[in-house]
Design a binder for this molecule. Structure first.
Ligand SMILES: Cc1cc2nc3c(=O)[nH]c(=O)nc-3n(C[C@H](O)[C@H](O)[C@H](O)COP(=O)(O)OP(=O)(O)OC[C@H]3O[C@@H](n4cnc5c(N)ncnc54)[C@H](O)[C@@H]3O)c2cc1C
Ligand SMILES: NC(=O)c1ccc[n+]([C@@H]2O[C@H](COP(=O)([O-])OP(=O)(O)OC[C@H]3O[C@@H](n4cnc5c(N)ncnc54)[C@H](O)[C@@H]3O)[C@@H](O)[C@H]2O)c1
Length: 449
């Protein structure tokens, strides 16, 4: 086994987070290697955010499946990473192709060659959870990766999971003509979010022809002469040609050799990080001037599971590695489902407030009451704002409505900045916009706190 170069830092995993940390360090003059076993860019541009948003837009515009595929594949750069690799080279990053495995302090092996490092930044992302359903391995199965990269349009598609992935892809495939059934084990869609959001979305999906099976889990699966059958826990069955698993993602922490650094790795759970995104490990505090730290950003931390959160954590790591201390603040990271209507949530959800014992004061408004809704001829949706009664502050919000991902940003800022409600209630919104819908609930909260 050959020993290669010693880098100031090695970034393990070249997705959204890894690219950002590696290029930032290189631009600051550090000698950096980025280790990537598949595509530089990770899942977001090729198998996740970009192709899914492209298909959702094509569905909304009523394009043909062929036109939608052409657009999707062009936006996903035909799943080739040459431009991303060129970007890294331009920034001065050495890209090491292959699977990385840490063999000991300051040593990582990439396909048979050992490289040295000072700091290690783990950005290995996550992978889909395949639920333990009898017979699932024997039926035609997709994860989001296949659903967003192959050209097939199944005649009948059964989706397991009613989270963001299941809901977005149900809308895509149903809009293009697949007969979609969606199975969600909990009683509603987007279980973690405000109940009204799941209800608005359920209504929209049903109108597109999606058969929602809420409160039922898949019991077992089996092949049939034509296609497959799923047997559900409520006694129901679904006949389909393909199953799409959208039952969550788990941080990719295993097989990386992090135990060799004394990092506590728990399968299925995110790497533990402190407020600077540093991973505590046994070597911390060792009397070795050469030894750097272990850091992590993105889905591997198990904290937020979105591209913008991966970017945020990457910026925090970068700043700390460059000697400017920065701490994470997760109070206002948006959670968006880009269906029509969009579902936007930020801060504390009613469920989380219950778990944290926060006394919530809620005020809401139906978008139908705005003039914009009449102008757009789209009255679907609602906004709800959540204040912490004891602190007198806005702590969370949810909206389901057209373009909510754009007009809810001010509420995100308000939560993050802890803007006084009296001031928020005095903000003027342009007429006629959906954004006006927050005015009445803000006034209500301000009056009652
Ligand atoms: C269908 C779908 C739609 C989504 N839509 C959105 C959206 O609209 N908006 C949003 O904000 N988020 C969305 N997400 C979530 C978003 O894609 C992720 O949060 C984000 O891509 C995570 O980036 P990351 O850098 O942490 O990981 P990744 O992009 O997964 O990158 C990790 C990289 O590490 C590499 N790697 C892993 N182990 C090793 C190893 N041992 N050696 C070398 N390389 C390794 C992998 O090959 C991969 O390239 C979506 C997710 C899915 C599944
Ligand atoms: N727009 C976005 O930002 C966006 C879009 C898609 C995905 N993502 C991210 O991707 C990650 C994965 O999303 P997801 O929707 O796969 O996961 P999720 O964990 O949000 O939802 C999975 C759902 O599947 C259900 N489920 C699990 N096992 C089941 C079974 N056997 N039968 C029926 N239902 C079952 C669960 O009850 C849960 O509601 C999340 O971190 C999410 O934030 C983000």
């Amino acid at each position: 086994m050959t020993q290669n170069h010693h880098y100031d830092a090695v970034v393990l995993g070249g997705g959204t987070a890894g690219e950002l940390v590696a290029s930032g360090l290189a631009r600051a003059g550090r000698d950096v290697a980025l280790v990537e076993k598949h595509l530089v860019g990770g899942v977001s541009p090729y198998f996740a955010c970009v192709p899914s948003k492209s298909l959702l837009l094509s569905a909304r515009r009523g394009e043909t499946w062929e036109a939608a595929l052409a657009r999707r594949d062009a936006l996903a750069r035909y799943r080739r990473d040459d431009p991303a690799v060129a970007r890294m080279a331009e920034a001065g990053v050495t890209v090491l192709r292959g699977r990385g495995h840490v063999t000991g302090p300051g040593r990582i092996e990439v396909d048979g060659t050992v490289h040295g490092f000072g700091d290690l930044v783990v950005c290995t992302g996550g992978e889909p959870v395949i639920p333990a359903v009898d017979g699932l391995a024997d039926v035609p199965l997709w994860t989001g990766d296949e659903a967003l990269s192959v050209p097939d349009l199944p005649r009948r598609l059964a989706i397991l999971g009613g989270g963001p992935v299941g809901c977005e892809l149900a809308q895509v495939y149903a809009s293009f003509g697949s007969q979609v059934s969606l199975v969600e084990a909990s009683g509603r869609l987007l279980t973690a979010e405000a109940p009204f959001a799941g209800e608005v979305l359920a209504d929209a999906l049903r109108r597109t022809g999606v058969d929602l099976r809420l409160g039922a889990a898949a019991g077992h699966a089996g092949r049939k002469d034509t296609g497959l059958r799923l047997w559900l826990s409520d006694g129901g069955t679904i006949d389909a040609d393909r199953v799409l698993v959208a039952a969550g993602r788990r941080p990719r922490v295993e097989g990386l050799g992090l135990e060799n650094l004394g990092v506590a790795v728990t399968p299925g759970q995110g790497l533990p990080v402190d407020e600077t995104c540093r991973v505590p490990c046994e070597a911390d505090g060792a009397d070795d001037a050469q030894a750097g730290g272990v850091w992590a950003a993105g889905d591997v931390t198990g904290i937020a599971g979105t591209t913008h959160a991966a970017r945020y954590q990457a910026q925090v790591v970068l700043s700390n590695l460059l000697g400017r201390r920065r701490e994470t603040d997760y109070r206002a990271i948006p959670r968006v489902v880009y269906t029509t209507p969009t579902v936007y949530s930020v801060g504390v959800s009613p469920r989380e407030a219950g778990e944290l014992g926060i006394d919530l004061l809620t005020a809401g408004y139906d978008l139908a009451a705005t003039v914009r809704a009449a102008v757009e001829a789209d009255e679907r949706g609602r906004v709800e704002l959540y204040a912490d009664r004891s602190r007198g502050l806005l702590v969370g919000a949810a909206a389901a409505g057209r373009n909510a991902e754009e007009w809810m940003s001010e509420i995100t800022l308000a939560i993050r900045a802890e803007t006084p409600l009296s001031l928020l209630a005095d903000v003027v919104h342009a007429f006629p916009t959906y954004g006006e819908s927050v005015e009445a609930p803000l006034r209500e909260l301000a009056a009652n706190l």
